[in-house]
Design a protein around this ligand. Structure first.
Ligand SMILES: C[S@@+](CC[C@H](N)C(=O)[O-])C[C@H]1O[C@@H](n2cnc3c(N)ncnc32)[C@H](O)[C@@H]1O
Length: 502
């Protein structure tokens, strides 16, 4: 009997569209800077290659291609339903620098197409590693070994241990009950989850007493069925220790550098003083990460690796970070100066607050912000706080013009939005200044499309009408509120990023 092409991964239900900022080249570059590793940053018009593995619909790859017209982007997935959507969006936006490839990663490295592919400066895989079989993971490592250029950066996200320890039994229960029931995998996942809820209600000790399993059973009831089928119905799902992922990546000569979530790299915010003292017994980064994951278990890790680490001294690292430019991605009124971090609530000092307020005014280098309060913070701390709290992003080309490719993709993405009811899922808009994507829900994509078409905010009533066609009349006031808030808070950001005209 021939092996089904999906090889145990879910293929009968398409995955959700999404954009994850950890995949953006600037996030990866920032992680390298924070981790003290030099990286060459190509400009949007330079020749550079970005590769996404297990790309799903490929929203992140599309935003990267549209924002950086000089780059060559390749997005690989074996599910033709996903490739059809991504390639269709690329065609509609007339992007000629992105190539969607339908291929199985277990064998792609050895294929003619794989061999012909250029070496990548950036590789990203989100939501792939923990969900595929060991032969697919081995194929990924062979591809990385052959196609990551020296100095290139690789991002991999995965379900991590020991954080997932408490829910391994729950996943197994959902999966085993699911595969014994008829129907598509989204229905199977629901059948399995219903069983976990029933067992928990009946006092099943493991599900009641494991905080993670118990929480997941509650939170999954509000999650998209497509997401849950991919999350729970893979035959190969296996959370991994950081040490094991690092060992696998070493097979492609990749060294672990840092987390793509900036705050996670600041031990002062992640750990107590006593925990930091234990960490400091070790220099070895693998051992330090294991201790960190034991003190502060992360369910989903976003690790950044580099092939051929050019290590920087602390002074060189700080000088490089000081030259980076930040752009705000929230409006000044939304600025948060109390951050919720694992070590507790962190209230920023007054000098740090002053620098954060100044950062809200527009593009500024870290050096310019630090000069406002000499000696009161460090380049790494300031960038970690502002980018880690998702209030600023690092700019690739802070004063650059938005290329027409980005306008075209943003219009294609926005024109698809028909109703406010779609406004919940996360997606993005291409921004050349950011060198990739800005996180933007469908409502903001819709507004960007309208503004790019030449309309102004005085058309808001018509937009509200259009977006609430399928909404009950008594809920229209709420729609008006949400649209007006988006216009007030998001449009200035879109203008500053040149995603929409002045
Ligand atoms: C959880 S989804 C993540 C998609 C996308 N990265 C995202 O975050 O939206 C995992 C993706 O990996 C793809 N995939 C699974 N096994 C694969 C294989 N052997 N070769 C290529 N793609 C694979 C699936 O089709 C799916 O699109």
């Amino acid at each position: 009997m021939s092996r089904p092409w999906s090889n145990g991964y879910v293929a009968d239900v398409a995955y959700i569209e999404g954009y994850y900022v950890q995949q953006s080249p600037m996030r990866l570059a920032l992680a390298c800077c924070i981790g003290g590793v030099a990286i060459d940053l190509p400009e949007p018009d330079d020749h550079a290659c970005y590769l996404e593995l297990g790309c799903g619909m490929g929203i992140g790859a599309l935003l990267t291609a549209a924002a950086n017209p000089g780059w060559q982007v390749t997005a690989i997935d074996y599910n033709p339903a996903h490739i059809a959507v991504g390639a269709g969006l690329a065609r509609a936006a007339r992007l000629d620098n992105i190539h969607f490839v339908e291929a199985d990663l277990s064998q792609f490295a050895e294929s003619a197409e794989g061999r012909a592919m250029p070496a990548a400066d950036f590789v990203s895989m989100h939501g792939l590693w923990s969900w595929v079989s060991s032969d697919v993971r081995a194929g990924i490592v062979r591809l990385l070994a052959a196609k990551t250029r020296p100095g290139g950066v690789v991002h991999v996200s995965y379900n991590a241990l020991p954080a997932w320890q408490g829910a391994i039994g729950m996943q197994r229960l959902v999966y085993e009950a699911g595969i014994r029931s008829a129907g598509r995998s989204d229905l199977q996942a629901q059948t399995g989850l219903t069983l976990t809820r029933d067992i928990k209600a009946a006092g099943g000790k493991y599900l009641v007493e494991s905080p993670l399993a118990s929480d997941l059973i509650d939170t999954t009831s509000a999650m998209a069925a497509e997401y849950l089928s991919h999350e729970f119905m893979s035959a190969h799902w296996a959370p991994a220790f950081h040490a094991d992922v690092a060992a696998a990546m070493a097979g492609a000569k990749l060294d672990w550098v840092a987390s793509a979530n900036p705050l996670e790299n600041f031990n002062e915010l992640m750990l107590t003083e006593e925990q930091r003292a234990l960490l400091d017994r070790y220099n070895d980064p693998i051992m330090r990460e294991l201790i960190k994951d034991t003190c502060f278990p992360r369910q989903l890790r976003h690790d950044v690796f580099v092939r051929g680490a050019r290590r920087l001294s602390n002074e060189e690292r700080d000088a490089r970070i000081a030259r980076l430019t930040l752009i705000p991605v929230v409006s000044p009124g939304e600025l948060q100066t109390t951050l919720h971090v694992p070590a507790g609530k962190a209230e920023m000092s007054d000098p740090l607050k002053n620098m954060m307020v100044a950062a809200m005014r527009g593009p500024a280098t870290i050096a310019e912000l630090l000069a406002l309060e000499p000696g009161r913070s460090t380049p790494a701390e300031l960038i970690g706080v502002l980018v880690g709290s998702n209030q600023c992003q690092v700019a690739l080309s802070p004063y650059g013009l938005q290329p027409t490719s980005a306008d075209r993709l943003n219009r294609v993405l926005g024109a698809r939005v028909r109703s406010i009811a779609e406004a919940k899922t996360s997606s993005g808009l291409a921004s050349s200044r950011l060198g990739g994507g800005l996180l933007a829900p469908p409502l903001v994509q819709f507004i960007a499309d309208r503004l790019l078409s030449g309309e102004r905010e005085d058309r808001a009533d018509a937009w509200i009408e259009q977006l609430s066609a399928d909404i009950l009349p008594e809920k229209r006031d709420k729609v008006r509120e949400v649209v007006n808030a988006a216009i007030e808070q998001r449009v200035p950001i879109l203008r500053q990023l040149r995603i929409v005209p002045e």
